[in-house]
Design a protein around this ligand. Structure first.
Ligand code: DGL
Length: 269
């Protein structure tokens, strides 16, 4: 039934990165059930063309529709930047929440009329998604976007701190002369590198992670639509399109909980 609050929330990402968003969602909404789908067979999305990202995202989210979800979270910055409109149309009347607008909201609330530096994938930067979202909320804000593709691989490899991580982060930040008030983690993988990123910034710079704000937007949306679940047991199903073992090994770090391959269902989309 369309208005049945006991249905699960669908969370979609290109791979394991969206587990950082899932973690914030489960903390905020402990009674809700979640079905997470990581499209690991086609990861990364960040270097693909917009047409491919839209096609992949539509196929993956259709699989979540089959799980009878009551709301879809696009927990991938690249898919949110490139495909949110297409997904909202395809999933209507299901509510669809992306991560870019909540990230922009968090940054503009933290530093009104500020200067923001967005660290993201190539595809997110190419579309200027954060620039547009921030301009809509705070026309006086200044925005620079920086593609940091190597940080995705670093996070997956688990090389998130120390000399290697910091020197790569510094190498990217050295290409920016904007002296930002805030740095937005515009990719699901970058919260894992937050210590290395902070170590390369002046102490007063705010570091913005959209996961917590996204969870708040989801909670508010459920509330508005009378779809909140109370007294649930917070079940989680993890679906992936390839590599259950790798998903469990790498994803456990993103979720902050140990996973085994048996926790991951392989699906064909
Ligand atoms: N999940 C993607 C994002 O947040 C990063 C990984 C990828 O490129 O697919 O942009």
């Amino acid at each position: 039934m369309i208005d049945d609050p006991s249905r699960p929330i669908g969370v979609f990402d290109s791979g394991v990165g969206g587990l950082t968003v899932l973690k914030a969602l489960r903390t905020r909404l402990p009674d809700e059930d979640f079905v997470y789908l990581g499209d690991t067979a086609r990861l990364p999305y960040g270097t693909k063309s917009p047409a491919s990202v839209v096609r992949y995202a539509e196929q993956a989210t259709r699989r979540l529709l089959a799980e009878d979800v009551k709301l879809l979270v696009v927990a991938c910055n690249t898919a949110s930047a490139v495909a949110l409109e297409a997904l909202s149309r395809a999933m209507a009347p299901l509510p669809v929440v992306g991560v870019v607008e909540p990230g922009a909201l968090a940054a503009t609330s933290a530093r009104p009329e500020g200067s923001h530096l967005v660290l993201a994938t190539e595809a997110t930067v190419r579309l200027g998604a954060y620039r547009k979202a921030i301009a809509a909320l705070d026309p006086a804000a200044r925005v620079r976007e920086l593609a940091c593709e190597l940080l995705v691989a670093l996070a997956e490899e688990g090389w998130t701190g120390g000399e290697i991580a910091e020197s790569i982060v510094r190498r990217y930040l050295d290409t920016d002369a904007s002296h930002p008030d805030s740095v937005i983690l515009g990719c699901t993988h970058f919260p894992l590198l937050v210590d290395a990123i902070r170590a390369c910034l002046d102490p007063g710079v705010s570091v913005v992670d959209s996961a917590v704000t996204t969870a708040k937007v989801v909670a508010d949306t459920l509330d508005r639509q009378n779809l909140c679940r109370d007294n649930g047991t917070g079940q989680l199903r993890l679906l992936a399109t390839d590599g259950a073992k790798r998903f469990a090994r790498v994803g456990g770090r993103f979720l902050g909980a140990a996973l085994t391959a048996a926790d991951v269902e392989l699906v064909d989309i």
